[in-house]
Write a protein that binds this ligand. Structure first.
Ligand code: FAD
Ligand code: NAD
Length: 471
């Protein structure tokens, strides 16, 4: 039963992976819980227009590409693929429907009340959701993020010429020429989808390398791989204008450091230059909370904002607070915040949050990059190429490598980076090892099943202080 002064013990605003997980955990811990969501479905960006639909298109287009580019023929399976884009979109929509419906089921099962509508604070314990006003002892802001707009480039998803990630998931036809603005995670994942299905893809990136934040070797190798796959990369370049006439866009490009401009035509332009926290219309001024310069809500280690009273208070998690904008980071924060509200000790180790780019091959990392690690002290690095991994070689997946970075003195693992067909799955063992404070020797002397791609992590760990066997 809720504290009698309030309708709920916990009201979560936003039902993305941060919010829905927080609500379920709070209910599991015996707290009377509601979750406000302004979309018609639960699951937030991730399930509706993010992680899940993008993976549905990536997975399906991978099959098409393998059939079209000769990868299947190499293994003795000769086929001529025919694209049924409507069916491909159909399976994407089906995945969304099943998974968002699954969250609805979990809400019912755990007795979480779904309040439908946009929420705005009236005070720290009173929130208007649509036309209803509810009170809660604790309010968790989990409002997520939205696409960052680029000045001079107007997105119109319905028209389908200049789109953001949501529009790029839903294109009704394969564009002949697609320009992706921003060589980050979304640009490379969704650019890969449409390249595989037949589009000529040019990526325009402001920086001199793709994938900011990732390890330097990984960024360089990724650029080589994407170029080999046929993507044109225009690094150190910015887009300064975009005009749309009918179904064609003309972009004006300039060197990032300034200089002569040129134009580039496209049937489709994807704007993917980052995302910004959702705080507009939330009534933060009513509770005296101001976002920081990056628009994020600051919290302490327990996810408590500065608006906290002796009767609970306002907490925040997920994309709306500082840190990587990742679903699993939001989920872990959701569990931790609920446990903290319930008086337990909820902790997220932000030093060990894996990140994965679901391209082909996949790109994954956890912990420090080699550059960051070297800034902190002396390191030892072990590398192992996927070409020398028996399973990757047998599967005709020779591209990529694993890199293990360890403290030179203590041998403690500081970071692991991989490019491999299944790097996203491989990185879990590195995260777990780091969470347990493993040394490279611990990984090197852990028995890994043969033949698996994961053996490359063992061999890279062996290379930190000694020698791998298969090189
Ligand atoms: P969100 O998922 O954004 O959910 C917030 C919810 O709050 C939304 O449903 C919104 O409608 C609701 N809301 C906002 N304001 C209000 C209000 N005032 N009242 C009521 N409701 C409100 N991350 C990964 O880890 N892996 C991936 O593979 C991955 N792929 C992605 C692909 C794409 C194309 C995109 C765009 C993102 C991807 N992400 C991925 C990022 C991931 O989606 C986010 O990090 C994650 O969804 C953040 O979760 P969240 O709960 O903080 O917010
Ligand atoms: P991002 O930050 O990953 O990449 C944006 C890129 O755009 C950067 O490389 C940046 O240098 C570049 N850029 C910025 N302004 C530019 C300009 N004017 N011209 C050209 N380039 C410019 O952002 P994103 O790809 O939009 O993704 C947003 C968020 O969603 C990310 O934080 C990411 O973590 C999350 N996401 C995660 C996954 C995943 O985990 N697989 C997938 C998709 C999205």
């Amino acid at each position: 039963m809720a504290d009698q002064n309030y309708d709920y013990d916990v009201l979560v605003i936003g039902a993305g992976p941060g919010g829905y997980v927080a609500a379920i955990r709070a209910a599991q811990l015996g707290l009377k819980t509601a979750c406000a969501e302004s979309r018609d479905t639960l699951g937030g960006t991730c399930l509706n227009v993010g992680c899940i639909p993008s993976k549905a298109m990536l997975h399906a287009s991978e099959y098409f590409d393998a059939a079209a580019n000769g990868a299947m023929a190499k293994m003795g399976v000769e086929v001529s693929p025919k694209l049924n884009l409507e069916a491909m979109h159909g399976q994407r929509l089906d995945a969304i429907k099943q998974l968002t419906g699954g969250i609805e089921f979990l809400f019912k099962k755990n007795k979480v009340t779904w309040l439908k509508g946009r929420a705005a604070f009236e005070d720290a314990h009173t929130v208007k959701v649509g036309n209803e006003t509810v009170t809660a002892k604790n309010v968790v802001i989990a409002t997520g993020s939205s696409v960052t707009q680029l000045k001079g480039v107007e997105v119109d998803n319905a028209k389908g010429v200049v789109v953001d990630s949501t529009g790029a998931l839903e294109l009704a036809a394969v564009p002949k020429k697609m320009v992706v603005i921003g060589g980050g995670v979304i640009g490379l994942e969704l650019g890969s989808v449409w390249r595989r299905l037949g589009a000529e893809v040019t990526v325009v990136e402001f920086l001199d390398q793709l994938l900011p934040g990732m390890d330097g070797d990984v960024r360089k190798e990724a650029a080589k791989i994407f170029k080999k796959q046929g993507m044109e990369l225009r690094l150190s370049t910015k887009v300064t204008a975009c005009t749309v006439k009918g179904k064609k866009a003309t972009l004006t490009l300039e060197p990032a450091s300034g200089g002569e401009s040129e134009t580039l035509e496209a049937d489709c332009v994807l704007v993917s230059i980052g995302r910004r926290p959702n705080t507009e219309g939330l009534g933060l001024d009513a509770i005296g909370l101001e976002p920081n310069q990056r628009g994020q809500i600051e919290t302490d280690h327990d996810f408590r904002t500065k608006v906290a009273t002796e009767h609970g208070g306002v907490w925040a998690i997920g994309d709306v607070i500082p840190g990587p904008m990742l679903a699993h980071k939001a989920e872990d924060e959701g569990i931790a915040v609920a446990e903290n509200i319930a008086g337990q000790t909820g902790i997220v180790n932000h030093a060990v949050i894996p990140s994965v780019v679901y391209t082909w091959p996949e790109i994954a990392g956890v912990g420090l990059t080699e550059e960051q690690a070297k800034e902190k002290g002396e390191v030892k690095v072990g590398k192992f190429p996927m070409l020398a991994n028996s399973r990757a070689k047998t599967n005709h997946e020779p591209e990529g490598f694993v890199k293990v970075i360890a403290d030179a003195e203590t041998d403690r693992v500081l970071g692991v980076w991989c490019i491999a067909s299944v790097a996203g799955t491989m990185i879990a063992q590195a995260a777990q090892a780091m969470e347990f404070g493993a040394t490279s020797e611990d990984i090197a002397y852990t028995c890994h099943a043969h033949p698996t791609h994961s053996e490359a992590i063992k061999e890279a760990a062996m290379a930190v202080t000694g020698k791998p066997i298969h090189m």
